[in-house]
Design a protein around this ligand. Structure first.
Ligand SMILES: Cc1cc2nc3c(=O)[nH]c(=O)nc-3n(C[C@H](O)[C@H](O)[C@H](O)COP(=O)(O)OP(=O)(O)OC[C@H]3O[C@@H](n4cnc5c(N)ncnc54)[C@H](O)[C@@H]3O)c2cc1C
Length: 405
């Protein structure tokens, strides 16, 4: 499997190829992980969706132009899992910061034995069939099947008893689709922190069945007692309302959470476009080279397309800092800057800081909300199941019907 090149064209080509399979075949086969050298039953669109080289709306619209919602129900639900996790974290950003602090603290308190176990786990030397193969597969390819992610996280937490935050960090550092919401909250879910008390236990039988006999690990934990945390999950905070589009000469600033300027609302009259030359570090331990390359190429592709759509000069910025953004704005005499809304994560932290520093200088940074998120996120207050009930209604509001409408 390969995820090169990191372009919108490659993401759209993958979507075209996969769409005919997104119906009942996906529903029946999606849990099987036949290994990295076999044709998967899943879309492998996640690196493109993560960076919004292709948007969730485009994926669902395309699939429902071929299948009825009933046939593609399972696939559409999986795409909405992503939207749900994003909306859930957006209303509780401290859950991500708490994970980041937890990872630092866990690393410090590992001790010699813990450090040796951690090294063995991430280098594929833990001595557990399957688990070791998935660790190597993740590092080599930047991707793991969903079921392998669940088994891996469960074995990490309940068999090896390593801190879940360090497993989440390992994933975030190496996954091309590494996402603050989907990753952190899925690890929390396996650990029994997300749906309180409900954990995921990986068993040898389940692994043997869904890897089609490739692995049957021995010595796995037979119980998965839920982890506990000191602080309760915060109550959802209100989502920021959409701001009115600013007036004057506008610059469009892209970042690696949203690289589909062709579908971004409210971006007429763009005088200049910019994006950072590199993605921001994903973890305190850095970012795997393969991920950094993907981010860099995706940013360059987004910037290129934005420049042709708006017939505007493009610039790569050194970083998403106030001085870099202010210097670019000054060169193009910009009155304000618009950007796709960055959800909780590294780009958002940098942009919030830059916006706070640039506001007193009279240079507003205005996030543009996509309707897909604005409609769905407010419903991500409780579990996924009540959220799921709203999918048909959300699709109708988005003007997406089954079979070509
Ligand atoms: C421990 C753990 C960590 C994970 N970390 C991430 C992560 O960092 N980034 C990430 O995008 N997904 C993550 N997932 C969710 C899921 O495993 C991947 O999205 C999926 O495997 C991507 O492969 P695909 O594109 O072939 O998915 P498909 O099955 O083809 O699904 C289509 C799209 O729907 C979304 N999706 C599917 N399943 C899920 C799910 N369970 N949760 C959220 N979105 C989903 C993805 O955007 C995916 O591309 C994690 C799951 C677990 C159990």
């Amino acid at each position: 499997m390969t995820f090169a090149p990191a372009t919108r064209a490659a993401g759209l080509a993958r979507l075209d190829e996969f769409a005919p399979l997104a119906g009942r075949r996906y529903a029946a086969d999606r849990n099987h992980d036949r290994g990295p050298h076999e044709q998967p039953a899943v879309s492998q669109l996640s690196p493109y969706l993560r960076h919004r080289l292709v948007t969730e709306e485009e994926v669902v619209r395309h699939v429902l132009a071929t299948h009825s919602l009933q046939a593609a129900d399972k696939f559409v639900q999986e795409v909405y899992w992503r939207t749900y996790w994003k909306g859930w974290l957006e209303q509780r950003p401290s859950v991500f910061t708490r994970y980041e602090h937890g990872a630092l603290a866990a690393r410090e308190s590992l001790g010699e034995e813990g450090e040796a176990l951690l090294a063995a786990a991430v280098e594929g030397r833990a001595g557990i069939e399957g688990f070791d193969d998935w660790a190597r597969e993740l590092v080599d390819t930047g991707y793991l099947h969903n079921h392998a992610r669940m088994w891996f996280a469960s074995i990490w937490i309940f068999t090896l008893r390593l801190p879940w935050q360090l497993g989440a960090e390992f994933f975030l550092r190496h996954l091309l689709d590494g996402d603050p919401a989907s990753n952190t909250l899925s690890w929390r879910w396996v650990a029994g922190l997300q749906t309180r008390g409900k954990t995921y236990l990986a068993t040898a039988d389940n692994i043997a069945r869904y890897t089609e006999g490739r692995f049957r690990p021995r010595g796995l934990a037979t119980v998965a007692p839920a982890l506990e945390e000191d602080e309760p999950v915060p109550t959802p905070a209100p989502l920021a309302p959409a701001a009115a589009a600013p007036l004057g000469r506008l610059g469009l600033l892209l970042h690696d959470d949203d690289l589909a300027p062709e579908t971004l609302p409210g971006v007429e009259r763009i005088a200049a476009v910019a994006a950072p030359a590199r993605g921001r570090e994903r973890t305190a331990q850095g970012t795997a080279a393969m991920v950094a390359d993907f981010q860099r190429d995706a940013l360059a592709d987004g910037l290129d397309r934005a420049s042709s759509i708006h017939a505007a000069p493009a610039e790569s910025l050194d970083d998403l800092t106030a001085p870099a953004i202010a210097a670019w704005a000054a060169r193009h005499e910009l009155d304000a800057i618009v950007m796709p809304l960055a959800p909780v994560g590294a780009a958002r932290t940098a942009l919030d800081r830059a916006a706070a520093e640039l506001a007193p200088e009279g240079l507003p940074l205005v996030p543009l909300h996509r309707e897909w998120d604005a409609r769905a996120w407010p419903h991500a207050t409780r579990g996924f199941f009540p959220f799921r009930e709203r999918i048909p209604q959300l699709l109708r509001a988005q003007g997406i019907g089954a079979h070509g409408s």
